[in-house]
Write a protein that binds this ligand. Structure first.
Ligand code: UDP
Length: 336
């Protein structure tokens, strides 16, 4: 049980994607604050075993009728948290049809279903991948959005739909543009489980655990102090916290906002590997590899708006804690 942040007693939340990495942490934090999460998930990427708080409804957002029926069964719920989407950037480039269908059609069906119920608050998971190529760091929310990837384009399309529903139908929303989600709950009972895994920290932990012989660092010739890319790693429980803070902000009268959720601290790929070696006490064997398509040199957030509008400040995101909690989760999962 984490420290109570905001009393959600008597409130239900529809958490679409509650079986996923971030969704399961959101559900736990709602429960920790005396609220009730109801997971909607098709379990294509999420896991039934990660739904430990509240019930789940097996529903695919692409199925408009089924989505309407699921929302009708919970028509008194006021706040919907939408985290479900296809996220693997490389797959999006090869299969845009599936990506747009799952992400954009799914979100439209969700928005239409919400209109037939009492739900007039939406907290939406967006991404820093909606911004264009820029060297203006830290990144402000006012930076032009011109996403490079299909993934980023689908998220930007959904941001636009939500804005239109706000204008025309009065939907209240907070769009959270996450930076790099990382770490795991202290308990180690939920964490990052993507298949296939493409993210730096879990891959480096696999290498430290000897579950892959070596890993690759994509690009060592960037114009950064150690030549590797720089990202803003935010602990998944801080991301969950941003959702609770969004609900509180709605209560305080916020009607619409786009907000970066990051730490404002840039960390290089090699710093991640060094911290993993220190925390695990094991070497992370790696090879320098060519740059990965679509990677920007550096990305880190300006957190001023999150602080002002949501009273959000990261609490769990020092790098040591991120790596420790991720390692704890993976050790339990791998029986080490
Ligand atoms: N990365 C890497 N090797 C890997 C996976 C990722 O060097 O096996 C790099 C990637 O090129 C980027 C950084 O790690 O510079 C973060 O990538 P990740 O996929 O974790 O998150 P992203 O920033 O793309 O959302």
């Amino acid at each position: 049980m984490t420290k109570s942040i905001y009393n959600l007693q008597g409130r239900e939340f529809i958490v679409v994607g509650g079986g996923g990495y971030i969704g399961s942490h959101v559900c736990k934090m709602i429960d920790d604050n005396s609220g009730t999460p109801i997971t909607f998930d098709n379990f294509s990427a999420g896991h039934k075993h990660a739904v430990k708080w509240g019930q789940y409804v097996d529903v695919d957002l692409r199925d408009r009728k089924a989505t309407h029926a699921a929302f009708q069964k919970h028509k008194n719920v006021k706040t919907v948290i939408h985290l479900a989407s296809s996220i693997e950037v490389g797959i999006g480039e090869k299969q845009p049809a599936e990506f747009y269908d799952n992400n954009v059609t799914g979100a439209l069906n969700l928005l239409m279903a919400m209109r037939e119920t009492d739900a007039d608050r939406l907290i939406f998971s967006s991404t820093c991948a909606t911004y264009g190529e820029t060297t203006n760091m830290p990144l402000l929310e006012t930076e032009p959005q011109n996403p490079f990837s299909v993934y980023g384009k689908t998220k930007l399309a959904i941001e636009g739909m939500i804005q239109s529903f706000h204008k025309a139908y009065g939907l209240n929303y907070v769009t959270l543009r996450y930076f790099n989600a990382s770490g795991a709950d202290d308990s180690g009972e939920i964490g990052e489980e993507h298949n296939p895994e493409t993210h730096l920290i879990p891959i480096a932990l696999e290498a430290a655990a000897g579950r892959r012989p070596r890993m690759k660092i994509f690009g060592t010739d960037y114009g950064t102090p150690d030549g590797t890319c720089i990202r803003d790693y935010i602990h998944v429980n801080d991301i969950a916290l941003a959702h609770i803070k969004s609900e509180q902000a709605f209560d305080n009268g916020l009607s619409n906002a786009e907000v970066n959720i990051g730490t404002g601290v840039g960390i290089s790929n090699l710093e991640i590997l060094q911290t993993i070696e220190r925390v695990t006490g094991k070497p992370v064997p790696y090879d320098a590899a060519p740059r990965r398509d679509g990677d920007l040199t550096q990305l880190y957030a300006d957190g001023t708006r999150a602080k002002e509008l949501l009273e959000f400040m990261p609490q769990h995101s020092n790098l040591e804690n991120i790596i420790k909690t991720a390692w704890n989760f993976h050790r339990q999962k791998w029986d080490l």
